[in-house]
Design a protein around this ligand. Structure first.
Ligand SMILES: [Zn+2]
Length: 81
């Protein structure tokens, strides 16, 4: 099989390989960008908050939404209900 063999219409094997290379490069780029966004998302799940009930201050999961000291509802979890 020669490199200039016609595979898809006017596209040669070489063109397909170049296209595949570009797609792979894009996929690598996308996964790298996603990793960056993931890092930001992790911090989105955690919030630094001060408990209005007992004055405790620290990082709380937005989804746990409770003060570890007095179990008072905190943050976004509280806003949802
Ligand atoms: Zn508290």
């Amino acid at each position: 099989m020669e490199m200039d063999t016609i595979v898809f219409g006017n596209y040669s094997v070489q063109d397909v390989l170049i296209a595949a290379g570009v797609i792979i490069a894009l996929l690598i780029l996308i996964s790298a960008v996603r990793k960056l966004f993931k890092k930001e998302k992790v911090s989105e799940h955690i919030q630094v908050i001060r408990c209005k009930n007992c004055g405790w201050r620290g990082q709380v999961s937005r989804y746990a939404g409770r003060c570890p000291k007095c179990n008072e509802p905190l943050g976004d979890q509280l806003a949802k209900h």
